[in-house]
Design a protein around this ligand. Structure first.
Ligand SMILES: NC(=O)c1ccc[n+]([C@@H]2O[C@H](COP(=O)([O-])OP(=O)(O)OC[C@H]3O[C@@H](n4cnc5c(N)ncnc54)[C@H](O)[C@@H]3O)[C@@H](O)[C@H]2O)c1
Ligand SMILES: O=C(O)C(=O)C[C@]1(C(=O)O)C=C[C@@H](O)C=C1
Length: 296
């Protein structure tokens, strides 16, 4: 199969891993997909939906058949999965991941797959949603979306090009970063907003008149809080994996809130107008650029 792979093992057949499998199947880049997971219910659903061709709850038993393994489980589970596959991998097998954090995953590769680093390609698709599980997998999730590769110094150019080619076949645009830059950027534009949405909705839900508030919550509330519907385990793992960068961002946000609080308390009309105008200009500019890139 030209530029494709024969057998792909997807560990964690949810939104991200399932969509990768579906997109590659549609592009004719993979012949056989084995889904590995924790729960039989989700794996059975993946099989019924045609997301995978075979299922297993035992990674060690199927790893030797893989031309490529994609780790698409929560980042907190990835070390255990690498450990399980390590003794069974074929020398040519590529191991990649889709985790939202990259510094921790690079360390895990070093710890558990030290003899296989040339074939290890850390990656992060910048696409997704608050939905999870095999039923959420979809063709087209990665169309015109970015995928950030953070290769290790030991990663072979062949393995890197192969993974880049597969993501491109899913419609994605490839970028490269160091793990540190990746984790800093995504703490700002992805991880912090998720924490803020979780904290805000939790705060509202804890109010004595929460039900009354929810009765009248509308599109502003919906748009600000959609991501608070995301998977708690996944976000617990991301938060702990990127703890240091997130603590910096939380402090920056705390200072911004403190400044805003002062403006509100002082009825500072000019200050408030300037705060909102600066944010609006930045948001409008970002959104125009996002649309120009073909993203929605
Ligand atoms: N959701 C997003 O928007 C998004 C975007 C980019 C990257 N990611 C990353 O992709 C990964 C998967 O996220 P998702 O949104 O597809 O989550 P998901 O919940 O839809 O799928 C994850 C799957 O992994 C399975 N799983 C958990 N522990 C496992 C284990 N030990 N062994 C095998 N399977 C296991 C779960 O049962 C689930 O089916 C995460 O690392 C996440 O950080 C998510
Ligand atoms: O759209 C969403 O719901 C997402 O949370 C997607 C999102 C993001 O923050 O943009 C979340 C985590 C990722 O690792 C990549 C993408």
């Amino acid at each position: 199969m030209q530029q494709g792979i024969t057998t792909l093992v997807v560990v964690g057949v949810g939104l991200i891993g399932g969509s990768f499998a579906l997109s590659l199947k549609r592009a004719g880049k993979v012949q056989h997909v084995i889904g590995v997971g924790r729960t039989l219910d989700n794996l059975t659903r993946a099989l019924e939906l045609g997301v995978v061709d075979e299922i297993s709850q035992d990674l060690a038993a199927v790893a030797s058949r893989a031309d490529m393994v994609l780790l698409a489980c929560p980042v907190g589970q990835m070390g255990r999965m690498m450990q399980a596959m390590a003794p069974h991998l074929q020398p040519h097998a590529i191991v990649s991941d889709a985790g939202s954090t990259k510094g921790d995953v690079a360390e895990l590769f070093r710890t558990h797959l030290a003899d296989h680093l040339a074939g290890c390609v850390p990656a992060h698709p910048i696409a997704g949603s608050e939905l999870s599980g095999a039923a959420a997998a979809q063709y087209g999730l990665y169309e015109k979306r970015k995928v950030v590769l953070t290769p290790l110094p030991e990663t072979s150019s062949g393995a890197c090009d192969k993974v880049a080619g597969l993501w491109q076949a899913c419609g994605a645009v490839i970028h490269r970063m160091s793990p540190a830059e990746h984790d800093s950027v995504f703490a700002t534009v992805s991880h912090l907003p998720h924490l803020l949405a979780f904290a805000y909705v939790g705060m509202v839900a804890g109010k004595p008149d929460a039900e009354r508030c929810f009765d009248f919550a509308a599109t502003g509330f919906r748009d600000f809080t959609r991501i608070a519907g995301s998977h708690p385990e996944m976000w617990k793992d991301i938060t702990l994996a990127n703890r240091s960068a997130l603590l910096d961002e939380l402090e920056r946000y705390r200072l911004a809130l403190a400044a805003l609080t002062e403006q509100v308390a002082a009825s500072d009309e000019a200050g408030l107008a300037s705060t909102f105008d600066t944010a609006r200009t930045a948001r409008v500019g970002w959104y125009q650029r996002f649309l120009r890139e073909g993203q929605t």
